[in-house]
Write a protein that binds this ligand. Structure first.
Ligand code: ADP
Length: 453
């Protein structure tokens, strides 16, 4: 941020000089004129040509003024940065004032240049890549880190930025910067397997400041973590299937000792939990790795809603809630049916699980012409607002003991978030502790299919 420059002492002096002392300098000229007239008058009276002598004195005075004017003009036109010629009278004052304001301007200018130099050298030293573009998106300036990251060269000055960073994700972000406050991650084309996080800031009319940094290490670590979870989940699947098969066989035996029966039942419920966890981890890892946008199936919402409602009723048997179905839209959804069904079903089972017996759950689908809203409203335990921002993180639970008791894996909402993200949708949560919660999946217009138009 540039601080406005303080007016130097010189400038104020200058102002005072301008308005109060001009008369002092004019008096010098008047004194010269009077002096010339007196001398000419005396000579004129002596030789008997008074008027002629006075006229000559005036001409001499006029000549002196003309010479001063010539010197002033010569200085301004040819050597404005040199010390001005030493003149008396108002011409001297004029030169002095011009010279002072010029000096002051040069001081401010050199301070500005110094500041720009300092800013520029700090930008040059940054490890982040910086690129400045003008109003027509042409590259104006960049630092060495940008050369390394994007391979920009001197010949690229004045080239359109979008002809250098051509990845579709970046182009989309460039035109809709406000939609991605955290910027965009792209794979760099001029390096093998390198990634950058780019953030754009608009200034002036259409000018932009691009800041980018190398996130390859972070991306690799993320990939390692995801691969690790994926592999371990796959490895756990087989032993778990074998274990739960045997446990089920033993539990089902009629002549089993009652002491063992209880132990086998507990083993069965724990293996079920582990199975659910492994399945959720695998689904989440698949959702994370599948970068492409969700499929474009047309999902008939009345049918899906009825299906979900039937499943909810089956799950609700132990809870005894009142379940309502509220469909107020003629739109269907465009997306991946299995994934959306699993996300919606997660929201419904949560509502049932986290509502004390005898509550009311309403499952809704409506649209306002611009967006589609799938909602699940419950009269359950609600959520303290401080938990809301972290609720969709994997394994984040408000009350871990309660969640485990209800058989939760802690991954349900993370899966919902990822499925919605793939559909360009997002989740909105409204909740009041001890009163209930509403989870709303908001779908953009592009995902709505209006069949009854
Ligand atoms: P879990 O498998 O533990 O239910 P989720 O990711 O589905 O995991 O949910 C995360 C946490 O959010 C839950 O542990 C619970 O504390 C809270 N939560 C989710 N849905 C509701 C709801 N409808 N009412 C109250 N709390 C909820």
């Amino acid at each position: 941020m540039y601080e406005p420059y303080p007016v130097p002492e010189l400038a104020r002096e200058h102002q005072k000089f301008l308005y109060s002392s001009l008369w002092t300098f004019a008096k010098q000229d008047l004194r010269l004129l009077v002096f010339l007239l007196i001398i000419a008058g005396c000579i004129g009276l002596g030789i008997g040509y008074l008027w002629i002598c006075l006229g000559i004195a005036c001409l001499i005075f006029f000549g002196i003024q003309l010479r001063s004017l010539y010197l002033v003009n010569d200085w301004i036109s040819n050597r404005p940065y040199d010390v001005p010629p030493n003149l008396n009278g108002i011409w001297g004052a004029l030169l002095f004032n011009v010279y002072r304001s010029q000096r002051q301007e040069r001081i401010v200018q050199s301070e500005m240049v110094g500041l720009i130099d300092r800013t520029q050298s700090s930008l040059v030293a940054l490890s982040e890549a910086i690129i400045l573009t003008d109003d027509s998106h042409q590259i104006e300036w960049w630092n060495p880190a940008a050369e390394k990251l994007f391979g920009i060269q001197a010949v690229d000055r004045g080239r359109n930025l979008l002809t250098i960073i051509r990845q579709p994700d970046f182009i989309e972000y460039f035109h809709n910067t406000h939609q991605a406050p955290d910027g965009v991650k792209i794979k760099l084309v001029n390096h093998d397997n390198k990634y950058a996080q780019i953030k754009l800031t608009r200034f002036g009319n259409e000018s932009r400041l691009l800041v980018a940094h190398d996130i390859t290490r972070m991306k690799n670590l993320e990939q390692m973590r995801s691969d690790f979870v994926d592999n371990i989940s796959h490895e756990l699947r087989t032993p778990l299937t074998v274990l739960s098969g045997y446990i089920e066989t033993f539990t089902d035996q009629e002549d089993i000792n009652p002491r063992w029966k209880r132990a086998f039942e507990q083993m069965q419920s724990q293996t079920k939990r582990m199975n659910a966890l492994v399945n959720d981890l695998l689904l989440l890892s698949r959702l994370e790795n599948e970068k492409q946008i969700a499929k474009n199936q047309i999902i008939e919402m009345p049918s899906l809603m009825n299906h979900l409602f039937d499943d909810a009723q089956a799950y609700n048997i132990d809870y005894g809630h009142t379940l309502n179905l509220d469909i107020d839209s003629h739109c269907d959804l465009i997306g991946s049916d299995m994934e959306l069904a699993s996300a919606f079903s997660n929201l419904i089972t949560n509502a049932i699980k986290y509502t004390p017996k005898g509550g009311t759950i309403t499952i809704g689908w409506h649209d306002d012409g611009e967006r589609g809203y799938f909602s699940v409203q419950d009269t359950g335990i609600g959520i303290d607002p401080k938990h809301l921002p972290r609720l969709t993180e994997r394994f984040y639970r408000v009350d871990s003991a309660r969640s485990r008791q209800t058989g939760g894996t802690g991954l349900g909402l993370a899966i919902v978030k990822h499925v919605l993200m793939q559909h360009g949708a997002h989740i909105e949560i409204e909740s009041k502790e001890n009163e209930g919660s509403t989870f709303i999946a908001v779908f953009p217009k592009e995902r709505l299919y209006k069949m009854h138009e």
